[in-house]
Design a protein around this ligand. Structure first.
Ligand SMILES: [Zn+2]
Length: 271
């Protein structure tokens, strides 16, 4: 049994804004959330699912939100809540903002190509990626398609993601949704076996079982981390789906506990 499970992909909002934020996200995705989007909603979900710690990801959609997110992230950090901040990667001050996140003692940041309107391997973003690598921060990005954007522009396709990470070998990059939401064949072609951390949310639910198992078993076992995308997915439900894949016990242990702890507690493999 795993007692120190880390969920590397959750969302929660400040008490003052969670109702408004959740309503607008619900309208965009058409998904009914599993809790109300507050920090206490998340904590109750963690207790119910047997999850020790959650990485709480924020996404800035305007440069002026960066400060608010840094302040809020600093205020909620605890043993069980690991907040990641956010910057607009296309903003002229992105590299400076990255350094401010590191100076605030925050462990990482999240970016989202669809909500923030960028293409993941655009060379314009290279100074931003270099700043993240130099600051020693963990970078999480949404990868693959997005349920709220049916046009499927491929802004963070597995092929583009692979191109970006090959240009930034020092970057500690965690690709959400196993490297490519609903683009699993391309993940298998371009990302499996590459030096990239893959976060598991949606894979077990949306990918065919044999392919999901094959990808788990073919990637570097030290570069896989469990994530749920709570509250859009239930933490207990996602955990049950992952366990139902019948992965070897040692690998499951690495995915649920060891690899996240290596990343967050600093004892991990080099990027
Ligand atoms: Zn998410």
């Amino acid at each position: 049994m795993n007692n120190n499970i880390t969920d590397f992909h959750t969302h929660a909002f400040a008490d003052r804004i969670f109702e408004r934020a959740m309503n607008s996200l619900k309208a965009g995705s058409g998904i009914e959330p599993f809790h109300d989007g507050s920090l206490s909603g998340l904590t109750a979900s963690m207790d119910q699912a047997g999850i020790w710690r959650s990485v709480v990801l924020s996404i800035a959609t305007k440069p002026e939100q960066v400060d608010v997110i840094i302040d809020w992230s600093s205020s909620i950090a605890s043993e069980r809540i690991v907040p990641f901040a956010s910057v607009m990667p296309t903003d002229a001050n992105a590299a400076r903002d990255v350094r401010r996140i590191a100076a605030a003692g925050i462990r990482g940041l999240k970016i989202h190509p669809y909500y923030q309107k960028f293409v993941i391997d655009d060379p314009v973003l290279d100074p931003f990626y270099r700043a993240v690598a130099e600051s020693g921060l963990i970078l999480v990005s949404h990868t693959g398609y997005d349920v709220a954007y049916p046009d499927r522009e491929g802004l963070a396709s597995p092929e583009r993601t692979a191109r970006m990470i090959s240009r930034h070998p020092d970057l500690c990059f965690v690709a959400a949704h196993f490297g490519g939401w609903e683009d699993w064949d391309a993940v298998e072609r371009h990302l499996i076996g590459k030096p990239v951390w893959l976060e598991t949310s949606f894979l077990a639910e949306m990918c065919e079982r044999e392919q999901a198992r094959r990808m788990f078993l073919s990637h570097d076992p030290a570069r896989l981390v469990f994530g749920s995308d709570s509250p859009w997915v239930g933490q207990a439900e996602e955990l049950a789906r992952l366990r139902a894949l019948d992965l070897p016990a040692e690998l499951l242990d690495a995915v649920l506990e060891k690899n996240a702890s290596a990343l967050l507690d600093g004892a991990g493999p080099e990027a």
